[in-house]
Design a protein around this ligand. Sequence first.
Ligand code: NAP
Length: 289
Amino acid sequence: MSCGYKLLSLEEAKAMNPEVVFAALPHKASAEACAKFADQSVVIDLSADFRSKTPENYKAAYGLDWSFPELQDKAVYGLTEWYRQDIQGAKLIANPGCFPTSTLIPLLPLLKAGMVQGPAIINSMTGVSGAGKKAVTNLLYVERDENSGAYNPGTKHRHQKEIFQEANLVANLESILFTPHLIPLKRGMISTQVLNIAGGAQEADFHQIFLQLQEENPFVFYTQGSLPQSRNVQGTNRIDLSFQVEGDKVMLFSAIDNLMKGASGEAVQNMNVIFGLDETTGLRLQGEV
Ligand SMILES: NC(=O)c1ccc[n+]([C@@H]2O[C@H](COP(=O)([O-])OP(=O)(O)OC[C@H]3O[C@@H](n4cnc5c(N)ncnc54)[C@H](OP(=O)(O)O)[C@@H]3O)[C@@H](O)[C@H]2O)c1
């Protein structure tokens, strides 16, 4: 029985001159596939291969040298809510990591407005699909079911470097302690960030920024009185956001589906922007419940 699709070699795919190519491969293998199409197609890479602004940052995170340094300058970091204008003319998109997507969307506008400053403490929880399909012991059902814990805390996780890089392009954040936690969900990601309030910002100012974010971005939902929940965004390309002021600190809360807004949905959103389509084309706004 036909499955309705045909597997092609990269060479066969290239000969078909596709308008757009999505690469969802492990880093390094992804860059190699992307490089084959970079001269003719729009390429959207879901790996980390084109996200680093310097070879040192990539090496610190992934222990590798850039495979295609000549392509790095062409890559636009695909955080749609922040780089929409640059994405419009882009030929190569470095789709962001899932943790960076969940943290940077609420953080960057506040940094730009001078309303927060470091050091930042970020704790995130991710469903198991965030690690991909690799067969390793700590991802076995018996290890993960009814079990949660932190991993690669502080400055050890690769995405700490990605978040730090992008935040510091906007304002000096001093330092970020980022701790991911693996929780027994198939998909879903929750992030909580704690920062110092700067510039005399008041609760009403944070409220205003989040209202504006929601107004300008079809996938941003400001949950206001309630805290974001992973179930509400499951299967959607949404990011739900809220905040709470505590004395001289502000807490930022966000929820995404790591496989959608944290990966494939964000990639399709970027494609929509590049080709001048409605940004929500093919992407869900409503969750399962
Ligand atoms: N999972 C997430 O939440 C998430 C979020 C954002 C970004 N990403 C990034 O997106 C990319 C894909 O992630 P994933 O979670 O889908 O990974 P995954 O479940 O591990 O899938 C990787 C796929 O790549 C194939 N592959 C592995 N090595 C290859 C090679 N050398 N050449 C060609 N194909 C190869 C695998 O093929 P086989 O089936 O034959 O093994 C598999 O189909 C990664 O770079 C990841 O970091 C993932």
